[in-house]
Each structure stands twice: as C-alpha cells, then as structure tokens.
Design a protein around this ligand. Structure first.
Ligand code: MG
Length: 304
C-alpha cells in the first residue's frame, strides 16, 4: 500500500479505498464542507461529479459545464474553478456562476487548469493550452497572449502574470507560510518525441509593500516519474503531495521522496478534506479514492 517512510503521515492502519468510479478523466477535487461532498471534474465527460460522505453515492452535480478543471474552496465557502471551455476563472455558489477573469489585457486566456487561494484573498492559477489544443477537453482555439503563464488575480480584480517562463504550468500550491509556491510543469504530456517537463518547480514568494508579491529563485524541486506532476497539495508541515502515474508521491520540503501512496490508476489530482480535513482524496483517471492521514492541508493554518 505505502512505504514505511509514510508511517508518520498516514493514519494507523490506513488503507486506500476506492469510493466511486465512472469518470472518463477525473480532475479538480475539492471538499465541500457544507454538503459533506467531494466535488470533482470529469473533463472529457464535460460534467462535475460529487461523492457524498453521507450516502456514499456518486452523482452528477452538473452537466454541460464547459469542461471545468481545477477547483478550490474559497474562504467564504464559494468554489473557485477553472473553465477550459469559457477560458476563464469562475466562482460557483449554489450552482450559480460568476466569471472572475477571462482576459489578460485584450487577450483571452488559454484554458485555466488549476487554481489556489492565498490568505490575502488573491487567486492564483495556471493557464496551459490543454483545453484549446484537445477537442475532448474544451474547444479548439488559438493561444492569444503568446505564453502559458501563472497568474495572480488580486482582490481588486487586477490580473498579474507572476510566472511567464514555464513551459506548461499545471498544478500549484503554497507552503504553509506562503513564502514558497510550488508549480508543476507537464509539458511532456502531449509530446510524442520524449521531450518536455514532468517536474515541480519551487519559487520564493517575495512580499512588497504595495501588496503585489513577486516570485524569485525558481528551480526544479522534484522530477516526477513515472508520469507527470499534474495536481499537487502541500500539507501543514510543508510536505508536497504530487500526482503521478504510480500514485501519490510525497516529498519533504527539501525535495526528498518520502514514499509513494500507490494507486491502481494514473493520478490526476488530489485534495485534503473530510470531517477533520485529514482525509486525502485522490482523483485517478476513472475513480475517486480516499486514504486517511494524520495531516491537513497547508491552508488549514489560516483558514478558520
Ligand atoms: Mg491539472
């Protein structure tokens, strides 16, 4: 199930459990405390699924969702999600949608992939082209601003490109003190010539008096193999949990591989949730899995 180095991280006797199956390619999990559900995207299925902790059933939350991808719970209880089809970041509350941003200057975004929130109220997201290059993940389209950036959407609505030199940024997560941002690069995903990245980058977040942080010191934190680092999460002790083709790979804050939570399907993304926030939910291709841990998400430090 898991290597012994993970004994301090997983709950005693932890076993991986398959909770539900039936997705085409699952992504974007978020635990919704109000409804005690785990919500996630089935991107090619163009729908959002939800698993209920009360009934144990998987149901369709919404159909025809314009190929939603990553999502995260906002501090106010709304859900921030990425839309490939609308090329936008949107807020979802009780089924109603509000577009937060879909342009960088005069140009449309590519296809926002994954999103996280900062304690200062800003929303950070990645914008690779997967939803405009593949008809089964969105609508074929053209990149407009000439890159695949990582953006920060400030609480006042100002959109700033904070990383402009990664190839295809995908998952992202802050360290517990928010002084570090981890961003995955999955540029190997669609290439057939063996090139492209499958790693996690680590950046220093530098605060400025005007409230607009900058990133410095980007370097490779970990290479993910087999497969890619798609979605990631960081726990309250700073460990990085990464998706991969073999399961969830867990790294120390220094980049040492502590162990692998083996999963029988290719992992696309993961999130902490459940009653105490210590259940690790794993979305892997067609199925949703859960394994109990002793740790919570890094953002539990500032989320009340
Ligand atoms: Mg992703």
């Amino acid at each position: 199930m898991a290597t012994s180095a993970l004994a301090d991280i997983l709950a005693p006797g932890a076993q991986l459990e398959r909770l539900a199956t039936g997705a085409t390619w699952g992504e974007g999990p978020a635990w919704i405390p109000d409804s005690r559900t785990l919500r996630f995207s089935d991107i090619p299925g163009n729908r959002i699924l939800q698993w209920s902790a009360d009934t144990g059933e998987l149901t369709v939350y919404q159909d025809d969702v314009e190929f939603s991808n990553g999502r995260i719970l906002a501090p106010d209880g709304s859900v921030i999600q990425c839309s490939h089809g609308r090329r936008a970041i949107e807020r979802e509350r009780d089924g109603a949608l509000e577009t937060l941003v879909d342009r960088f200057g005069d140009h449309r975004l590519n296809s926002p992939n994954d999103v996280t929130v900062h304690s200062d109220g800003s929303i950070w997201f990645t914008d690779p082209p997967y939803g405009i290059l593949q008809a089964h993940e969105g609508h074929l389209g053209t990149p407009e601003y000439g890159g695949n950036f990582v953006f920060r959407l400030a609480p006042n609505g100002t959109l700033t490109a904070v990383i402009t030199d990664m190839e295809e940024p995908n998952g992202l997560a802050f360290s517990p003190d928010e002084r570090t941002l981890y961003v995955t690069d999955t540029s190997a995903a669609l290439r057939t010539d063996g090139t492209g990245h499958h790693h996690i980058m680590k950046f220093d977040v530098v605060a400025h008096p005007d409230g607009q942080p900058t990133l410095t010191g980007g370097h490779v934190f970990a290479e993910i193999s087999p497969g890619l680092a798609d979605g990631i999460r960081v726990d309250e002790d700073g460990r990085v949990f990464s998706s991969s083709a073999s399961g969830v790979q867990v790294f120390s804050p220094d980049g040492e591989l502590l162990g692998v939570i083996e999963v029988p399907e290719k992992v696309g993304n993961l999130t902490f949730g459940g009653e105490k926030g210590t259940d690790l939910f794993i979305v892997a291709t067609t199925s949703l899995y859960r394994i109990p841990t002793r740790v919570r998400d890094a953002s539990s430090r500032w989320r009340s």
